[in-house]
Design a protein around this ligand. Structure first.
Ligand SMILES: [Mg+2]
Length: 135
């Protein structure tokens, strides 16, 4: 059986756009139009060959467009590899997995059952570092 890898969206697969997040987060179109992080799309496809990958993201509760736009972003940038692999939750620790790649400990990442790969820290500065570790 393949090991399960959970991958965060904001700050890991998708850039967080320009300007203050506290203002942007409620704008329609903000989440759909965020650019992919460098190397993220290729990394997702490579990891999907070896692992059972899911995208686990916490949407903005006050912006219902965010929920739809994350779903559309996944189709636009990740296509078939990510088909039905998007999990939106405020409790990431309830999702089963061996690894979670996330840039914060928020929303249950600190209580996650598997190993937390802290994206952006000194060991995992970018997707090349993460791929090297997981391949
Ligand atoms: Mg994040």
């Amino acid at each position: 059986m393949k090991k399960i890898v959970l991958i965060d969206m904001d700050g890991v697969l998708a850039e967080l756009g320009e300007g203050p997040f506290s203002e942007n987060k409620n704008k329609k179109g903000f989440f759909l139009n965020n650019k992919p992080i460098e190397g993220a799309i290729k990394a997702f496809k490579e990891l999907s060959a070896k692992y059972d990958c899911y995208i686990v993201s916490t949407p903005v509760w006050s912006n219902p467009h965010c929920w739809m736009e994350k779903r559309l972003w996944v189709e636009k940038h990740l296509g078939l590899e990510a088909y039905k692999r998007l999990i939106l939750t405020h409790n990431k620790d309830l999702v089963k997995g061996d690894y979670i790649i996330d840039d914060t400990k928020n929303y249950g990442v600190d209580k996650f059952e598997g190993e937390h790969i802290m994206f952006g820290n000194q060991y995992f500065k970018n997707w090349d570092n993460v791929l090297e570790y997981l391949k």
